[in-house]
Ligand binder design. Structure first.
Ligand code: HDE
Length: 756
């Protein structure tokens, strides 16, 4: 009964999220019909009452906007039926003429079942096919009317429901989560003035400047068409062939070769709207804006060696992490920030703000925090929600507007268009996950899979038979910013678009030594896989314009001489405002110091110090971390104190790369047992190689020594990430371990490639 009560509370919560908002929009947020009797329905019950219900609706009421609960299905305690609701007596056997006779064509039950099954799949997204999503809300910090009339920013504390989908870009739907790639960060805000989709990435720039090149980019990056390889990887000839001929991609390449492209978790990466957008006030004043998402957990990434091994150990690594965090109540949180600037300011910048391959350094325009995003509910059904959600760069609400970024222009077209073939028609906005919380009233009709049952005989405007409804919202509705435009009809680009290298160099100069080393290794990896020497050479010639030392280090790793730099499209690029921008380093955002949802392995074997293991487990759990007893096999381990510990998982099923830290709780036989386990030694070695925190107590030291882990760094200083305590009762153990885990990685010791 308790379980049932908990389950019901959970569901009730879901109804609340959409229910209240959709049933009764706040006063002043929708436009009332001028005269209720003017809706002109031939169905008089529409007008009869303000109570909701069939034949009892209030004017303008649209049951399509009711809570999603109306489409949720719970089959507990129900009999099996056909799609027509006919109870099915036997779901095991088809209808035959005699037990050994032929199957009969009249078996509508078998035919319905097989036919539906035959059509279960829909095309995957052309890009961003692999994704994971969650529900949540956005909460506004303060009213922003001074900048925008967008209703979601109208009041402090105002909450707007959201659905967020994270994705990789180039892999297919079933590809591994940890591929080197940009990540999509798409947010659907169900605002009370319609849906706004902020369809961003975790990298603030893009490969190309003009939508005209998007199909080429995607064709070059996807598996090569003759043999459909490689999956979810840009490490192949066609990709590098294309980008090395397109120097405008070099800034994005720097980001994609950095650890940004192998995040530790969706909870630990930034998001960006990429393009310049507009904020528009009620008075029609406009400023430019760039959108930023900042994770409260900080920005953290994997090491490449780890990413590769995780792909085999758990291809769903990021999906699982997001799911588990939400199930555990450790809700992922991000802050929305805006870089707001005027057109006059933009004129002064050394770069063009309409160029999606450029950032605005935070030194020039600071990021103003405006609200918080909290992801607090997992979808009920992957297909119905995560797969069918349709994000569109064209979905925008009053108070926001586009800029003339030529990449954005193509996106405004592409997203709606692609849904029509992916979701099978023009009514995809009626799929529950896509339907707005705001009411939908217009004269669009029919089409495949239409759900709405529009009443009355009027489906045109102007009309008198319907009392003129639905009527135009006038100034209350979406109005495009009155941007003066003039110019010849041309195919071409503004001049400053030709400066391809300045910001790639800025990015390079803003990285720490560790990050630079990782970037070099990533380029070496990708280019080593490229088979055509001329493509390697051309890429090096391009990179020589970014930084000589970068290109030279990559060349050395490829066993090639550094070729002369490629001629630049712009000979004398404008002098950049800043030479380095610390905010571009991943390490500039360590996070809130919490260790929520970090996975920690506590190695156990017979003879382990049970007291220490239990204390660690309890202490880490209190911090909302996820400790796991890892052993050579499942079952019971007998501790030195005589207690029994259940191993949660084994070395084989959850190898080292799936954990953020390891603890060896010590004890006598335990250390001997583990010392003789090749798997335990490999486990520790990988933790050490990937710069993760290692805690060793008492006799556990022998295992650490067998794994060649040093307590000191080559400099002679103690490694802050390897903690050794002789006394298992030392009060400093937990606080120090937690601090080391919160720091995420201890790159001081980095030994990549590993020493013999
Ligand atoms: Fe997309 N992009 N894109 N894109 N994009 C799609 O839409 C497209 C671009 C982004 O979780 C597609 O529904 C064009 C930039 C995300 O469902 C498609 C151009 C940015 C997602 C499409 C771009 C993005 C998509 C494929 C250049 C970062 C996944 C399926 C003009 C700001 C959304 C779909 C989700 C998905 C077109 C460039 C982000 C084909 C034509 C720049 C996060 O419509």
């Amino acid at each position: 009964a308790q379980d049932l009560a908990a389950a019901m509370a959970y569901n009730a919560n879901k109804a609340l999220e959409y229910g209240e908002v959709s049933g009764l929009p706040e006063k002043g947020q929708t436009v009332e019909p001028p005269n209720p009797s003017a809706t002109g329905s031939t169905l008089t019950e529409t007008m009869s009452s303000h109570k909701v219900g069939i034949g009892n609706t209030r004017p303008g009421f649209n049951p399509g906007n009711e809570p999603l609960d109306r489409v949720r299905v719970d089959s507990s305690d129900r009999t099996l039926t056909t799609n027509q609701g006919v109870p099915v007596a036997d779901n095991q056997n088809s209808l035959k003429a005699g037990y050994r006779g032929p199957a009969l064509l009249e078996d509508f039950i078998l035919r319905e079942k097989i036919t539906h099954f035959d059509h279960e799949r829909i095309p995957e997204r052309i890009v961003h096919a692999r994704g994971s999503a969650a529900h949540g809300y956005f909460e506004c910090y303060e009213p922003l009317q001074h900048y925008t009339r967008a209703s979601l920013f109208s009041a402090a504390g105002k909450r707007t429901p959201v659905f967020v989908r994270f994705s990789t870009v180039f892999g297919e739907r079933g590809s591994a989560d940890t591929a080197r790639d940009a990540r999509g960060f798409a947010v659907k805000f169900y605002t009370d003035e319609g849906n706004w989709d902020l369809v961003g990435n975790n990298i603030p720039v893009f490969f190309i400047q003009d939508a005209m090149k998007f199909p080429d980019l995607v064709h070059a990056a996807k598996p090569e068409p003759h043999f459909a390889m490689p999956q979810a990887s840009t490490a192949h000839d066609t990709f590098w062939d294309f980008v090395s001929l397109m120097p405008e991609s070099v800034h994005m390449l720097m980001w994609v070769m950095s650890d940004r492209a192998i995040p530790r978790s969706f909870r630990m990466m930034q998001g960006f709207g990429v393009h310049t957008f507009r904020l528009v006030t009620a008075d029609g004043e406009s400023r430019f804006v760039k959108f930023h998402w900042r994770p409260l957990a900080g920005t953290h990434s994997l090491e490449w060696d780890e990413a590769v091994k995780i792909a085999g150990a758990d291809a769903d690594f990021h999906r699982r992490d997001l799911w588990e965090a939400i199930e555990c109540g450790a809700f992922p949180e991000y802050e929305l920030g805006m870089q707001i600037f005027t057109e006059a300011q933009a004129e002064e910048f050394s770069f063009d703000v309409l160029d999606a391959t450029k950032i605005i350094p935070e030194e020039l325009v600071s990021v103003k925090p405006v609200g918080k995003l909290v992801l607090n509910r997992n979808p009920d059904n992957f297909f119905a929600e995560t797969e069918q959600v349709a994000f569109c760069a064209a979905h925008i609400v009053p108070g926001l507007d586009f800029s003339s970024d030529p990449l954005l222009a193509g996106r405004i077209h592409s997203y709606v268009d692609t849904q029509i073939s992916r979701l099978g028609g023009p009514n995809f906005h009626e799929i529950p996950i896509n339907s707005p919380v705001a009411q939908v009233h217009n004269n669009q009709r029919d089409g495949m899979h239409r759900q709405a049952i529009n009443r009355g005989r009027v489906a045109y405007e102007p009309n008198s038979l319907g009392g003129g409804c639905p009527f135009q919202a006038g100034a209350a509705g979406f109005t495009s910013f009155r941007e003066p435009v003039a110019g010849d009809k041309v195919r071409g680009k503004p001049e400053r678009f030709a400066d391809h290298y300045t910001q790639a160099t800025l990015f390079w100069n803003s990285q720490t030594a560790v990050e630079q080393e990782h970037i070099i290794r990533a380029f070496r990896f990708e280019l080593t896989r490229v088979q055509t020497p001329a493509i390697r050479e051309r890429t090096l010639a391009m990179l020589a314009n970014v930084a000589q030392e970068l290109a030279a280090s990559i060349a050395e790793g490829l066993g090639m001489a550094l070729p002369p730099a490629q001629p630049r499209a712009m000979q004398d690029p404008p002098v950049p405002e800043v030479a380095s921008s610390p905010a571009l380093s991943l390490f500039s955002r360590p996070g809130d110091g919490s260790i929520r949802m970090r996975r920690i392995a506590i190695l156990v074997a017979d003879g382990v110090s049970g007291k220490a293991a239990a204390a660690l487990h309890a202490g880490l759990s209190r911090e909302q971390a996820v400790p796991r007893f890892v052993g050579a096999r499942l079952g019971t381990v007998r501790s030195a104190d005589g207690d029994e510990i259940e191993a949660d998982i084994t070395f084989e099923t959850m190898p080292s790369v799936l954990f953020d830290a390891v603890a060896v709780p010590g004890g006598h036989q335990e250390s001997t047992a583990l010392v003789h386990s090749g798997e335990a030694i490999e486990f520790i070695r990988d933790q050490y190689r990937h710069c993760k925190p290692i805690l060793v107590l008492d006799g556990g030291i022998s295992l650490i020594e067998s794994a060649d882990v040093k307590l000191t760094l080559p400099s002679g200083e103690l490694d802050p990430g390897v903690l050794y305590f002789e006394n298992v009762n030392d009060a400093d153990i937990l606080p120090q371990f937690i601090e080391a885990i919160a720091a995420h990685r201890h790159f001081e010791r980095e030994i990549e490639p590993p020493r013999p």
